[in-house]
Design a protein around this ligand. Sequence first.
Ligand code: IPD
Ligand code: CA
Ligand code: CA
Ligand code: CA
Length: 268
Amino acid sequence: MSLNWLEIEKIAKEWTLEAGEKVKEALHNPIEVKSKSNPHDLVTEVDKKTEQFFYQKIKQTFPDHHFLGEEGIAEEGILQSLDGTVWIIDPIDGTMNFVHQKYNFAISVGVYHNGLGMVGMIYDVMSNEFFHASRDNGAYLNGEELVPVKERVLDESIIGVNGKWLVEERNVYQNPLRALVRDVRSIRSYGSAAIEMAYVAADRLDGYISVKLSPWDYAAALVILKEVGCVASSFAGNELSLLDSGTVIAAKPQLHKEIISSYLGEEF
Ligand code: IPD
Ligand code: CA
Ligand code: CA
Ligand code: CA
């Protein structure tokens, strides 16, 4: 089946809204929570069912497309290449918020073609904010176009960062991050990387930093950020991998440059 990108975007939007409704409904019943790599790394059956929902829809509609999701639902196993069309999905970004707050979580869907970001959607389900973008067609929040971002100087900037990173002794970035937190106007921590990067695109934050994210955390955000003139890279300034995890800084371009040159700038 060959479809153009506008049609793929329309279908992706429909599926994302439908998935959001199912997630909202699931909140009416008790949710089974398990932990993964450590006691604070949570997953629920809703994360898995949501990923399964997208996987089935994609396989039925576009059998030749590929799939990468956090919960590893894809039958073909871990994705090894970005050739062709690849859907990179985080079924619930902010699972801890989903479990504890029933708020502040998002569905994140990125569609890439031969490694190029074509469509990005971040749906903040409970506040009903739908951020989306398609390549060279601008970025939108609930249908309203986001304007190219305006820079703010570092000491008037608000940065999204997880405060836990500042107190973890084993974290090699602890000192540079502390210096940065000291020098910016303030920090915020919303607990969903996708929402925080959408906020950078919407000019609610000036930057967002994480010492470790995976492709499904930023695949959609990269498409949205690019459309408003923001940039994202590793701490060393390298392009983010869509097959591997690593450090991430997403920000307005001047601020991105300044943070990398004055605070971060290297992978340890
Ligand atoms: C997490 C959230 C969180 C970030 C973590 C991510 P998840 O994603 O985005 O804000 O600090 O690094 O893993 O596990 O809730 O999809
Ligand atoms: Ca997770
Ligand atoms: Ca995530
Ligand atoms: Ca997730």
